[in-house]
Each structure stands twice: as C-alpha cells, then as structure tokens.
Design a protein. Structure first.
Length: 195
C-alpha cells in the first residue's frame, strides 16, 4: 500500500505516529513542531521506542526550539547528524513497518508551504529506509544531558540574518496556528529584526 497526501500533512503524520506500537525513527532536517513533538512524548509514555536524527543548527537548537531534553530524559535516543559536506536534508519517518517520506519538514512553517508525503508499508522500501536510517544514525552524535539551547552569540555572523529570518518565519507560523486554535501566544522578537 502506498498513499500520497498533499493537504493537512501535520495531522496525517500525527495520526500515523499515534498508531505506533514499537518504534519510531525520525530523520528530518528541521524539527520545531510542538504538536508532533508532544505526540512523541505521548508515545514514550506508552513504551514506544523513539530515535530522532536532526540537522545540527540554530533552527533546531535555538532558545525558541523544542526541549529535546524531555525526549532524552524519557529514554529517546536523539542525535545531530554529522556529514563532511552538505547537510542531512532528509525528511522521513519509520513507524514500526511503515515509512512516511516527502518534502515536509517537521516545522510550523512547513504548514504554509505546498508540501507532500507518501506513506507506504511496502517491505522493500521500508527495509531500505531502515538501513539508511541506521547508517546515518550511527554516524550522528548523541545529544547529551543537560540539553542546552544555543544562544545568538553562538552563531557565526555570516549565518546570523538568514537564521534569524528562518526562526522568525517559523515562530510566526506557529503563532498563526496557535491563534487559529484559540491559544494565542505572544512572541517577544527583537525590534531590530527586519525581513
């Protein structure tokens, strides 16, 4: 079975995650979506094993980012990818014997983009994705406790404005989503930031 999705992707992923029985393995470049993160915490309470591999950058590590320490404290193995050149730009998740893959990053801003995912339980594809995940995961480096977010002073000046723009965009998307669900959150953003 292979199914393609082009709309409501966050909810599709959340629903598929909720059905996990044994293990969830996630390889996504960026992960800032609290709703998907909270679903992983729920899965951990049910005894589902969680492995996460994400790109090591300020978007994943900023003070506005997810508290990865919560996952780690509950037994998840969370790692930053390590590559000699380029970045880990994958966007897939293995849930027991199914794969979700596509263009969707696990960020709030992704909900504003034209994105897609496919979900499959085709054995050959699942096996290939598991092998690729294991290879990348072994090469990654574990996030240790206590987990600390990066500060803006840790960012190279050449990356500063692009990264601030990306984080700002994701926070706006998150805030818009919160408003839609009647949970308005106020975000304190530096007044000097301009898009």
């Amino acid at each position: 079975m292979i199914q393609a999705y082009f709309n409501n992707i966050q909810n599709v992923i959340k629903c598929k995650l909720h059905s996990a029985q044994k293990i969830v393995m996630i390889a996504v470049a960026w992960f800032t979506n609290e709703k998907l993160f909270d679903e992983l915490l729920i899965l951990q309470q049910r005894g589902v094993k969680i492995k996460v591999l994400i790109h090591d950058d300020i978007l994943n590590r900023s003070e506005f980012g997810l508290d990865l320490g919560k996952l780690i404290n509950n037994g998840a193995d969370v790692r930053f990818s390590r590559f000699c050149k380029g970045i880990m730009h994958d966007k897939f998740c293995i849930i027991d014997d199914r794969v979700i893959t596509g263009s969707y990053n696990w960020t709030y801003y992704a909900n504003n983009n034209q994105e897609n995912i496919i979900v499959t339980d085709e054995r050959g594809l699942v096996k290939s994705y598991k092998e690729q995940f294991d290879k990348m995961f072994i090469e990654g480096y574990p996030i240790l406790l206590p987990y600390e977010h990066l500060k803006w002073t840790d960012v190279k000046e050449t990356d500063y404005y692009d990264l601030r723009r990306d984080i700002f965009r994701d926070l706006i998307a998150k805030n818009d989503e919160d408003k839609e669900s009647k949970r308005i959150k106020f975000i304190n953003i530096d007044n000097s930031f301009k898009i």
